[in-house]
Structure formats: structure tokens, C-alpha cells
Write a protein that binds this ligand. Structure first.
Ligand code: ZN
Length: 430
């Protein structure tokens, strides 16, 4: 019997019993160990004893990234310092970086469920895993490495960049799996192709983290390298790091580790749960984390639960890919719209580039209007523009359920930015 990292529970009832135990433990532990949580629960007039069912989670107050920053450098710490064996930090792209602490059990748990990611991707101890993500104070490299060693495959801790060295390792060490961002994957695929190394390497799978990738980009990587499969791994520093979920070989959604955390999807405006399968903000509550437990932590990431079970038969529930950030939400004609929805609708249309702008205005009739500016592909004849407009308008209407005017521009007409491009221009006055 090969070693497995999958949960031992066999049905939903067993899973929920385990979750309730974890929830009760977490609330008790945080209330006792952390002043912030104790104060927040006191203010919300809820005590650990009030948590008697999974639904009772809704009685608990939310935790936000501001709470993490306010407690800098050791926010939400719920154990004595003598129990802390490690810290990691987030990259801090928005404001001060966040520092999270780990006990030995937290590190062990992380390694265990990260090994599950490799298991779900169908790896065996024979695999050689080239880890081309950042090492250091970030959770990325360290996490991929921890899981790989725990799983029992061979880790090649290459780190990011350094294409020459990556190519050497792929040829000399015959790595079978590469972990990187999708952009790095594309860069590698093109470079391997350019150097004519396809027949000299043994790469079969790629695992992509921390970045959204379009289907077109993935298909190009797969074709150039002749890969068997590609996987999306998810995670964030606040919640251990990468490895808190991944798609299985059926690729029907991202299985998440319901034995380690609870996932709620809420409307970012009202903070009420959305209907199952609807898009909303992901809110996580840890079930076993000791040093820095999270209680209803608002991740700002948008996704939806996938309500049908996976054909692989796993009991582990699934969510969709991350479809954007709730901070980017637009309210238009009483409908919540996320630029990510427009983004993903456009990525299905071959005739347009990935650039776009959303312009909102209030016209003389007092109504709000949305115009979507898109770009044609290089070399498209302008006589096709009306047809492209109709196609885009219908795809966007299907995605966001409201109509918009579409304006097709020549390729290259919309501004590019090396940093995040501004995509939403809201000219409405409130
Ligand atoms: Zn599955």
C-alpha cells in the first residue's frame, strides 16, 4: 500500500465532524491565546461556547489584512514565543509586509498537505521536481521543497530565473516536474524550443502557482514542451503558504483541504454568504493552525464553489480558479461586476488581445452606461470590427449579466504598463 497524504475520512458526515472539532478548538485556542481575537469576540458578544455547529461560524467576527498589519510584527500570535520555530513574510506589495509565525506542528501540517498536492498531481517517489520559485523569507520555495521531501520525490531547489541553469538541470538531472509561475513556464517552454532541447529533457508535468494564466498561454506551454499535464496550485502566506489546494488529474476545479480550513464565499459588499456556486470573496478559517490561527479571514480573492463532485471521486470539495480581487469590484446597475469576469470572457475570444478598458458613465437620461474598449489582434481588417463587437458584447453579457457597448480598437491602441494596468475608468458622479 503506497503512502497517502489524503484525509482519512470517508464521507461528508465524518468530514464535517472533523471540521466542527477543528473549529471549536481554533476558537477556544485563539480566544485564550490572542488578545486581538479575544477583544474581537467580546465586541461581537460571542464566546467559544457559542460555537456548537459549523453554521455557528457566522456568529464570529471577520479578520482582515488590517488586523494583521496592526499587530506587526507578530500579529494574531496565539502561542508563547517559545513554541514558535519559524516565521515567513508576504511580499508586501500593498503596504507593510505581513509576518506570520509557525509552530513545529504548523510546519509539519503544511508539509503534509503540500505532499498531498504532489500526490493529487499523480507524482511518485521516482519523480524529480525542479522548484523554480523564490526561496528566502517568502513561503514559496520553502513550501514546495517541504512538500516534495515529505512526499518522497527528489527536490531540485533551483530558485526562480537563471534560464541557463534551469535548462542545464532539465537536461542533466532529467527533472520530470517543474514548479514555477505560468509566465516563467512560458519563458522556459520558448527557450527550450529555441535551443532545440525538447528531445533531451524528461519534463512531463508543470505545477503553476501564484499567478493567473490564460488558457491560451497554458496551451502554448503544453504544446511547446509536449507536456502530459499542468496543475494550478493555490495558497497565501496568511494561510501557511502555497499548497492549500490544487486540481487533480481530472482538472475539474481546485480541490481544497477541508480538513485544514473552512472556506466561505461571501458577498464582499454585504458580507453575507452567496448562493452555492456564485462568485464572491473567499473567507478562510483554519482548523488546526497553532501559531497564527485565522478566523473568518477575508482573503480579498474572488472565486466560487464548484457544487458538483469531482469525477475522481474525492470527497475534498472544490473551488474555481481565483478570478480577481474583491477590491476591484464595480457596482453597475445594482450588479456586482469584477474586472476578472470581463478578463476571462475576453480570453475566450480569439479575435481580441488581452488588453481592455472598462469605462463607466452616467448619461443625460440619468442611467449608467458601461463601455468596454478592446483591441483587435494584430493585422485584423477593420471590416471585421462590427462582428467582433457583437461577439464581445454577447460574451460579456453572458459573463456579467448586464449589457455594455463595445468599442473595438486597432492592435496596440490601448496603453501598456509594466506594472498593473489601470482598467476601470469610473466617470459617474455619486
Ligand atoms: Zn478530483
Amino acid at each position: 500500500m503506497p503512502k497517502t497524504f489524503l484525509p482519512s475520512f470517508v464521507d461528508k458526515a465524518q468530514m464535517e465532524r472533523r471540521q466542527l472539532e477543528g473549529l471549536k478548538w481554533t476558537v477556544q485556542h485563539a480566544y485564550r491565546g490572542c488578545e486581538h481575537y479575544r477583544n474581537a469576540m467580546d465586541r461581537a458578544c460571542v464566546e467559544p461556547m457559542d460555537i456548537q455547529s459549523l453554521d455557528d461560524i457566522q456568529k464570529l467576527p471577520f479578520t482582515t489584512s488590517d488586523d494583521l498589519r496592526a499587530g506587526y510584527p507578530f500579529p494574531l500570535l496565539s502561542v508563547p514565543f517559545s513554541d514558535v520555530v519559524r516565521i515567513h513574510a508576504s511580499s508586501g506589495t500593498t503596504g507593510k509586509r505581513k509576518i506570520l509565525a509557525y509552530t513545529q506542528k504548523d510546519v509539519d501540517d503544511w508539509g503534509h498537505f503540500f505532499a498531498r498536492c504532489y500526490e493529487m498531481a499523480g507524482l511518485t517517489p521516482e519523480d524529480r521536481v525542479q522548484i523554480a520559485v523564490g526561496y528566502g523569507v517568502w513561503t514559496a520555495g520553502v513550501g514546495f521543497q517541504l512538500g516534495c521531501e515529505r512526499f518522497g520525490a527528489m527536490a531540485v531547489p533551483a530558485g526562480p530565473g537563471n534560464i541557463d541553469m534551469q535548462c542545464d538541470f532539465l537536461v542533466d538531472l532529467q527533472s520530470t516536474v517543474m514548479c514555477c509561475t505560468a509566465s516563467m513556464g512560458l519563458l522556459m517552454a520558448e527557450e527550450i524550443h529555441r535551443r532545440g532541447l525538447q528531445d533531451k529533457i524528461a519534463l512531463r508535468k508543470m505545477i503553476f502557482g501564484s499567478e493567473r494564466s490564460s488558457d491560451a498561454m497554458r496551451q502554448r506551454i503544453k504544446d511547446l514542451l509536449g507536456l502530459e499535464e499542468m496543475f494550478d496550485i493555490v495558497g497565501m502566506t496568511e494561510l501557511y503558504g502555497p499548497g492549500t489546494g490544487q486540481d487533480c488529474t481530472r482538472h475539474e476545479g481546485i480541490h481544497y483541504w477541508a480538513d485544514y480550513y473552512l472556506l466561505e464565499i461571501v458577498d464582499p459588499d454585504t458580507l453575507q454568504p452567496v448562493a452555492p456556486g456564485e462568485l464572491g470573496e473567499m473567507v478562510v478559517t483554519t482548523l488546526q493552525k497553532e501559531a497564527t490561527p485565522l478566523i473568518r479571514y477575508r482573503t480579498r480573492d474572488l472565486s466560487r464553489l464548484i457544487t458538483r463532485p469531482c469525477s475522481c471521486g474525492s470527497i475534498l470539495p472544490m473551488h474555481d480558479r481565483i478570478l480577481g480581487r474583491s477590491d476591484d469590484m464595480i457596482i453597475f446597475r445594482a450588479v456586482n461586476i469584477y474586472p476578472g469576469q470581463v478578463d476571462s470572457a475576453l480570453s475566450q475570444i480569439e479575435e481580441v488581445s488581452s488588453e481592455y478598458q472598462i469605462v463607466l458613465e452616467r448619461r443625460d437620461d440619468g442611467k449608467d452606461y458601461m463601455t468596454l474598449r478592446v483591441e483587435s489582434r494584430d493585422g485584423t481588417d477593420r471590416s471585421h470590427y462590427p462582428e467582433i463587437e457583437r461577439k464581445v458584447a454577447s460574451a460579456v453579457k453572458k459573463a456579467v449579466l448586464v449589457s455594455c457597448d463595445v468599442e473595438v480598437n486597432d492592435y496596440g491602441a490601448l496603453p501598456r504598463s509594466e506594472r498593473k494596468s489601470k482598467r476601470v475608468f469610473d466617470h459617474r458622479s455619486f
